[in-house]
Design a protein around this ligand. Structure first.
Ligand code: ATP
Length: 241
């Protein structure tokens, strides 16, 4: 049975004022699949996630989530439709506790009354947070803050999770823990995940498919195995070694 495309982005164009950054970008992510987006600084990776989650308005193309067209809707409507965006630099509320940071992520689902179950599930995914629920989020390590940022996104029970460079500045062990959690989310919870990463080696280990973005265009797409075997991709993004 072919897998369902949970997120389908086609012909997407977006940018800032008169500057077009994304030129005709296509990508698709199935249920239970992880798509890694790699590319040099300034390739447009962050802009792509912003355009998908409604933080900037695409000038052309479409964003379809589980068959529902969301193009041009404001970010809160796109979030409510099932897309969680974990931005770069893990924006936690530093003076609020871990528990309160997580609770804030659940506002769109508050009426379902499933917050407690969601929180337990997030604490199973990130056991490090379990003993730190009352601690101000700003006093956590960078990796733990990233876990809070992801956990906050998951509180809304998204079908699609998009993450902007979650490994940035983190120790390898924490990167391993976070990527293992992403693996669990796609395999056990059937989430469709878009992972923007500079750390291509780590991303390749967890991805089902990889897209290479260069100056706002998708230049290569394939499985991590296919792309690792491509000399140009290897030299440019996997350190050549
Ligand atoms: P990095 O890996 O460095 O985060 P990126 O691939 O995520 O890079 P973007 O942040 O999407 O790239 O930036 C793509 C282009 O858009 C760059 O040329 C950048 O200067 C430009 N850009 C980004 N944000 C803005 C903004 N708010 N206003 C104007 N131009 C912007």
């Amino acid at each position: 049975m072919p897998h369902v495309n949970m997120l389908d982005v086609g012909g997407l164009r977006a940018g800032y004022d008169k500057l077009e950054v994304l030129h005709d970008v296509d990508l698709r992510v199935g249920e239970g699949r992880l798509l890694a987006v790699i590319g040099a600084n300034g390739a447009g990776k962050t802009t792509l996630l912003r355009a998908v989650s409604g933080l900037i308005r695409p000038t052309a193309g479409r964003v379809v989530l589980d068959g529902r067209e969301l193009t041009g809707l404001p970010p809160e409507r796109i979030a409510a439709a099932g897309l969680a965006h974990v931005p770069e630099n893990r924006l936690v509320f530093p003076s609020l506790s871990v528990a309160d940071n997580l609770a804030l992520g659940g506002w769109t689902r508050r009426r379902t009354g499933k917050g407690a179950a969601r929180r337990s599930y997030i604490l199973e995914l990130f056991p490090r947070l379990a003993g730190r629920l009352k601690q101000p989020a700003g006093t956590l390590s960078g990796g733990e803050q990233q876990m809070v940022a992801i956990g906050r996104g998951l509180m809304a029970e998204p079908a699609v999770l998009v993450l902007d460079e979650p490994s940035l500045g983190l120790a390898p062990r924490l990167v391993g823990e976070i990527f293992a959690a992403l693996g669990q989310l796609k395999a056990e919870h059937r989430l469709a995940i878009v992972l923007v990463e500079q750390n291509a080696r780590a991303a390749f280990r967890v991805a089902d498919e990889v897209v290479v973005l260069d100056r706002g265009r998708v230049v290569t797409t394939g499985t991590p195995e296919d792309l690792a075997a491509d000399d140009r991709v290897h030299a440019a993004y996997l350190g050549g070694g």
